[in-house]
Every structure is written in C-alpha cells, then in structure tokens.
Design a protein around this ligand. Structure first.
Ligand SMILES: [Zn+2]
Length: 861
C-alpha cells in the first residue's frame, strides 16, 4: 500500500469516534505490529495506559516517562534508569530491555563488551555476547513521532511472546532513550495539543501545523542537540555521553522527521562526500548495506516509500547519527516525513501522525532483527575498529598533539574536560618544552598521543580539514575544537615526554589575596573573569577597568596585568573595607579566578590607579531582539552564555513589542543574524536616538548589514560573490551543487585582533581563530581605530570555502565599531558564540557587553 492508500485506510479507522472506542485493544497492535501474534495481557499497552490511541494525540513527556516506569514495574524484561535531568527539570531516562537472564548478568555483559572494545585486552568469546542496540528518539523536539514510537517499541519488547522476540532478547540488549530533548518535545507537544481540532484539521495553513518562533526543535536554550555530541555544551548531552561510553552500543539509531512532502530516509548516506574519511569503509560499505536490507524490507512490507544515498551529512562526529561510527558501532539516521501535528495534507494525500509512527516503529524493530541476525559481524567490527585505530594512528606522522594556555586556566580546563568526556587519553607534560616553535609550560599544557584507541576522536578534535570530496555542506565542514577554544597547540612529529595521565581535572583553588585598604585587581584573561566582574557589580561593588597593561607590586612580588584588568578601589565603596574583603573572598571562591591586592595606587610600570586611563564600569543591562525571522539558535547561544556563564539576566523582546518598549533601562541591545523587516522606521528612529544617548548596539552578521543599511552605523557591506550567476548557462542538474558551493557552510579563519582596543582586552595573542558561516562581508572602517579585528591576505585555517568566497573574505573586517553621538554600534561579521563552544571568541562578546559603553575614540571620527 502506498502512503496515500494507507492514509485512507487509517483515516477510516481514525475518523469514526464511536467505531474507534468499540475497537478491541488488539486493533492498535495489529496496525503497528502486523506480523506479531502473541502479547502478554499483563503488560499494559500504551493505549490502555494513556487512554487514547497512539497517533491520535501527542503524548506529554511526563506521561511517556510514567508509562515507561509502568513497563519496568510490570515486566521482568525492562528496567529504567534516570541519567540526569534537563534545564526544565525533566528527567532523562533510559530503558534497558533484554531477557530476564541477561538482566541477571548485565554487569558481566558490560565488562565483556568493554574488553571486546579494548585492543589492549584479549578478545572475549563472542558466543554468549549480546549485541547492544541503542534507539535514540526525538532529539529534535518538534519531530515528535519517534517518542510515541519509543512507547510502542518498549511495549513490544516487554509484551511480545513470539519465539523470535524471545530470541532477540536473549541475543541483544536494547537501550531506549524515549526523548533526547524532553524540553523541546513538550514545547511542540503543547503547541499541537492546544490547537488540535476535533475533527482534526489537515489543512497545512492551520495553526496546529505552524509553531510560533522558535518552535520545539532545540532544547531549553534553543540549541540543536543533534550538533552537541562533540562540543558537549549542554547537560543533556553530557549525561547521555556518559551512558554511551558506559556501553559503546553496536548500533545507534537517531530518529528524525523531515518535510511533510517527503517519504522516508535511512542510510547509507551519499557515498564518500557525506562520509568521514576517518571511519573505516567497512562501516559504510559493509554494515550500512547489511542494515539497509532490513530497513528496506520493513518499509516494503508496509508499502511505504523511501530513499537512501542522496543526502544527509554523515561526516560530523557531533551528530547522533554519526557519533557511534567513531566508536566501532554503526550510527544511522532515520528521517520520516513529518505530519507536524496529527494529520496534514501532502502531494500524495494526507499524512497522519499514526502513519509516521508506524514507519519508524517498523524500521526500529527491523534494526533489532538485523542486529541480532548479524550479531557476530557487529561485535567483530567493533573489535577490529579499535585495533585499526591503533594501526591507522601509526601511519599518521603526528605522534601527539600538545596544547596549552598560560593565562586562562578556566578555558584550558573546560577543553580538557571535553576531551576526557570523550574518553580521550590526556597526559600532563613532564617538563617545559618547545614544540614547533611554541613554548608549552608544565602544569599549563597537556599531551594527547595519537596512538590510542580514541585516535579518530583525537583527529576530529585537533586536525584541520582542508580537502573535500564535495563542495556542498548541509552544515559545518570543520569542527576543530582546539581552534574553537583558541588554545596554543602543536603537532609533535616525534614522541613527547608524557607525564601522568589525567583522570579528571580540578578547578584552580585560588586563595584570596591579603586584605587591602587600597585596591584589589583582577586580571581579565581568565574565561571566568567576566562572571566574577558581574558578580561584583551585582553586589553593588564599584569597579573600574584599566585601559593599559600595568605591573603592580604586591606582597608576593611583581604582577603583570594585561589591558582590561579590573580595579576595585576600596575607599570609594559604599561598604566597609572588611565587608568588601568578604565579598572579594566569595567572588574568588565562586568563580575560580585569581585577584591581587595592592596597598598603593602607584604602579611599578604603566599607568597608576587614578589615571584617566582607568575608567568606571557600569553594570550591563542587556536586551536581545527576538521573533520570527531572527536566527533562534544565535539568540539561544547569547541567552545560554549569559545565563550559564555570567549568571546575568537578558531580556528577550519580541520585535512586535519593540516599538512599545522603554529602551532607557538598557545599556546594551543585541541583534543576532536574521531578518529585521518587522522593525519599522519608527522603531529604527527610536533605536537611533537610544544609541545617540549612549546605548551600545551589538550586531552579528546580517544584523550588522541591516544596521548599516538603516543608517544606524556607517560602513560598507561587500556584495557577496556572484560568479555563478555571471555564467550564462549551467546544466540544470548541477544547480544544487553550484549554488551549494556559493554558501559558506561553516569554516575557520585567522583574524588579526587589536589587543589595545577595549574589544580586544584579555587576549594575549593578536592572532585569533574565528568561525564563519555566512556570506556577509564587511569592509574595514574609514575610522583607522575602529577595525578591531580584520582578516589578512591568507586567513584560511580549516573547512570548505570556494575560492570566490575566500577572495571576498581576504582583508575584510571581522569586528568593527561605529560611534554615533554618545553611543556606538558594534558589528561582528561572524557569530562569536557559535554552538556554545567558541570559548576563544566568547571574550569578544563579553568585552562588547562590559566595555562597549567605554568605547570612545579620541579625535574626530
Ligand atoms: Zn531532526
């Protein structure tokens, strides 16, 4: 039956409410599990537990968890564990489903499995070793069919009594993660539920099918969790990764939905160009094709249409449908055309929620079948994978990557934490050394040998990607984390003396300096210094910033401080020196940053503490413009950064309410990439007045271009490349590739940063890697002091870019300021907060927040 016929068949069942309620319970089982015979009546079906049929409604996440708990209570095949909770305090749960006998020996199964994956140990016998199958549902919250599938699938394996199922449960351990993104799921669930008609409305124009901005795709902070497996910016991902590495599943399925007009997609993805060269071909050409037969058979059996091979990136290890490929498993993405609601018209008729659930259920069950029937193949693949990691590493001329950072212990530690979460072996450097002309200091540097089972992850974190099979990228084409963290790093071509292996990092335990009656000073280099500053401001402490580098004398010796260091004079405070000291102690303890105390304003070198170059700071009061047309991910990144890193509130204002908002309470307004057509001329004038009165407008990418276009800032936007359009005739079939090559999917460049500008404070190296994923090119400013960061003649570092685009990037501006009246517009050509992982450029944004209001170029510009 094709999609349409099936639809009609199901609408028949779904249409008559009376008929529906009188159907026996088994009717749903027959629809979703047409080939299964015997179910244990003591195990409640989702329908009997929820009070409605799966597919009729969207199930709230708490009810999903309650049903899963009920299964664990009723079935000796099922256990449930909580692996963490989300920002909105929803539990993250994982079910373990296997035979009762396997449940009795789970620890042993796990130990054997770890032994299998460890090339340093002999291989255990495969005979009684179950294959591990992990089914991960609903990472994108508004692709909601799959969480419903998780209930049906858990029910199936808990209740089905066919001999085949018993065999599968003997030979497999199945993990079910019902929703990787519970917060986003409930956002979407509530949206659909509150708009659901009775009878249901299939008209695509209905509100039910059109979520309001920002929709349910992302997590609480609107991040795409299906990009977070590598950077681990979010707690959901960190909790999940711990479970992943505890088990190293042999097959991992990531369930998705795509456009309503599409059909179904399963892997293989596009050969070579969508695949990662670090992953052995046996994954793509072997396992993927084996499993494709099972998934095809499942959908053929239902008459459902599908496709493979044509698309979907499978390169980036930060995807759920890819991460396991880097760990000896097979990761697969499933994409089902979405009904985005309960029923929606498409070109083939009407697509019901139940139909989408049925397809995903069928392919999920087929995965378990395929995994069991090829159990030894999967286990052998995993064994061979980690062996070949070591042999591949030996072919690599790089023996180790060394990285370090002397001024910013927090950034260094966070990076090391990410490596450790990926089970990458990290060692201390034994003594100070120089590698590739870069000095690495003991205690502030680490070594990551390539010769280790996680070789492929090591390469993913450190290696630059500069050579591609294709020019079209669905997304980023590079993810070199060492560059994102702006850490000094080098490739060691001969072996490096390594010290102790790092088991876990510990935060620096900075002691408070001696009490002072004169002033305290905090260096601005540490990643946490802005959080500490905000904490001081929050507590009403008066703070200043020193615009020049100085050397101060302290009781423990001389201390050099970079420009931007924070001075906290004692006598000007409203509280006593004793009370201030208590605040200082608390801020140091809570933020893990060092401070010094001085007893004199006279610096050993540089300006003194009463200089005009020491400027009083005001506590930032920030607002960000939001709403339809604005890039919700970039808004979320700013929100996340302020919440999680600074503990600073930010007001999220809808564009439609902007005209009625009193701007005088804000020091700072942020506009990220997006379309601002809804900001009308009156609002633009209002913004202009606010800037002239001293406001700081921070803009990213197209918002910077918008500010220039609207006359809020002077500047010049360089027109994007139009080479392809200049060619008069190109084959139709090449359109996707040609147009794709014209975009900048995401690549990394080096810019030159003015360390003396307030926006460059806290950096010690003027060469800064930035991440660019747009074709907004800004010309350098006419004011020679205002191009804070600029691309040079050879800025390219990593990722795909066409020559035409690279030519536009060369010598263009990366960060600009335009001053107007008492205020200014700060223009970023890139997004400095990309994916919550660009710790290196976050400081530019922090500087814009805290120091923006102090930018006032001498002279007449
Ligand atoms: Zn998706």
């Amino acid at each position: 039956m094709n999609n349409f016929l099936l639809k009609s068949f199901f609408s028949l069942i779904m249409a008559g409410g009376i008929f529906l309620t009188s159907l026996p319970l088994q009717a749903q089982n027959a629809y979703f599990f047409p080939n299964a015979q015997h179910f244990d009546n003591n195990i409640p079906t989702p329908e009997s537990f929820l009070g409605y049929k799966i597919g009729e409604r969207q199930t709230r996440y708490d009810k999903v968890v309650a049903y899963m708990e009920e299964l664990a209570r009723k079935s000796d095949r099922v256990t449930i564990e909580t692996i963490g909770q989300t920002y909105e305090y929803r539990p993250q749960v994982i079910l373990t489903i296997t035979s009762p006998q396997n449940h009795g020996r789970l620890d042993r199964i796990r130990e054997d499995h770890m032994q299998l994956a460890d090339p340093a140990q002999t291989a255990p016998s495969l005979e009684n070793m179950p294959v591990l199958v992990h089914l991960g549902y609903n990472v994108h919250g508004n692709e909601s069919s799959s969480t419903e599938v998780s209930m049906l699938t858990a029910y199936y394996y808990a209740a089905n009594q066919d001999a085949e199922t018993e065999q599968y449960l003997n030979e497999a351990v199945i993990f079910i993660d019902p929703a990787l993104n519970p917060d986003g799921r409930d956002r979407h669930t509530n949206w659909v539920s509150m708009h659901q008609g009775n009878p249901p409305v299939s008209d695509p124009a209905d509100r039910e099918h059109n979520e309001v901005w920002p929709g349910g795709r992302g997590n609480h902070y609107w991040f795409d969790l299906n990009r977070d497996w590598l950077p681990l910016a979010h707690l959901e991902s960190r909790n999940r990764l711990a479970h992943f590495h505890k088990w190293l599943p042999n097959i991992y399925i990531d369930f998705h939905e795509m456009g309503t007009g599409s059909t179904y997609f399963f892997e293989p993805t596009k050969q070579f160009s969508s695949e990662n060269r670090l992953v052995p071909r046996s994954n793509y050409d072997g396992l993927n094709n084996i499993m494709a037969q099972y998934h095809a058979a499942a959908l053929d059996g239902l008459g459902s249409l599908y496709f493979t091979k044509e698309q979907f990136d499978n390169i980036y290890p930060g995807y759920g449908g890819t991460y396991a490929d880097f760990h000896g498993g097979l990761a697969i993405t499933f994409e089902q055309a979405s009904s985005r609601g309960n029923i929606q018209e498409n070109s083939l008729g009407e697509l019901t929620f139940a139909f989408t659930i049925r397809n995903h259920t069928a392919t999920g069950l087929a995965t378990v079948k395929g995994a069991v029937e090829n159990r030894e193949t999967f286990l052998r693949h995993q064994r061979a994978f980690f062996h070949s990691a070591l042999t591949d590493a030996k072919k690599n001329p790089i023996r180790a990557y060394v990285y370090g950072e002397t001024a910013d212990a927090s950034r260094l530690r966070t990076f090391t934490d990410v490596l450790l979460a990926h089970q990458i072996e990290v060692y201390e450097v034994e003594n100070d050394q120089n590698i590739g002309g870069i000095p690495f200091k003991k205690g502030k540097s680490y070594i990551v040998p390539t010769d280790q089972p996680q070789y492929r992850m090591v390469e993913s974190v450190f290696a630059k990607t500069t050579d591609f099979d294709d020019s079209v990228f669905y997304d980023a084409s590079t993810w070199t984390l060492a560059l994102a963290y702006n850490l000094q790093h080098a490739e060691a071509k001969s072996s490096v003396n390594k010290g102790k292996r790092v088991a876990k990092t510990t935060a620096e335990n900075y002691k408070a300096p001696e009490k002072s009656n004169y002033a305290y000073i905090m260096d601005w280099a540490d990643y946490n210094a802005p959080a500490a500053l905000y904490s001081l401001q929050q507590k009403g402490v008066a703070t200043q910033t020193i615009f020049k580098p100085i050397t101060a004398g302290t009781s423990s010796g001389e201390k050099s401080l970079s420009a931007g260091s924070i001075s906290i004079p004692v006598s000007v405070q409203k509280i006593s020196a004793d009370s201030l000291y208590k605040v200082i102690q608390k801020v140091i303890e809570e933020n893990g940053v060092p401070m010094i105390s001085v007893t004199t304003g006279l610096s050993l070198e540089g300006v003194d503490l009463g200089s005009a170059n020491v400027k009083t700071l005001t506590k930032p009061q920030a607002m960000i413009l939001t709403g339809q047309g604005v890039n919700s991910t970039e808004v979320g990144e700013v929100w996340f950064l302020l919440d999680e890193k600074l503990k600073m509130p930010i007001t999220k204002v809808e564009m439609s309410s902007f005209a009625g908002t009193n701007l005088s309470r804000y020091t700072t307004i942020v506009m990220v990439h997006g379309q601002y057509k809804n900001v009308d001329d009156n609002a633009v004038q209002k913004l202009k007045r606010w800037i002239a009165e001293g406001g700081t407008l921070i803009t990213f990418k197209s918002a910077a271009a918008w500010a220039i276009e609207k006359g809020l800032a002077q500047g010049e936007v360089i027109s994007p490349n139009d080479t392809a359009k200049a060619e008069r005739r190109i084959p139709f079939a090449d359109a996707a590739a040609t147009e794709g090559a014209r975009s900048v999917g995401g690549s990394i460049y080096l810019v030159d940063l003015d360390l003396t500008h307030p926006l460059g404070f806290g950096y010690s190296d003027g060469k800064l890697p930035v991440y660019r994923n747009s074709t907004v090119y800004l010309a350098p400013s006419k004011n020679p002091y205002s191009t804070v960061a600029q691309y040079g003649e050879s800025p390219y570092l990593s990722g795909y870019v066409s020559q035409a685009n690279l030519d536009k990037i060369k010598n263009s501006a990366s960060l600009l300021v335009h001053e107007q009246g008492l205020g200014r517009v700060i223009m970023f050509a890139e997004n400095p907060n990309f994916r919550g992982t660009w710790y290196g450029t976050n400081k530019l944004f922090f500087n814009a927040l805290f120091f923006g209001s102090l930018i006032n170029t001498p002279g007449n510009y």
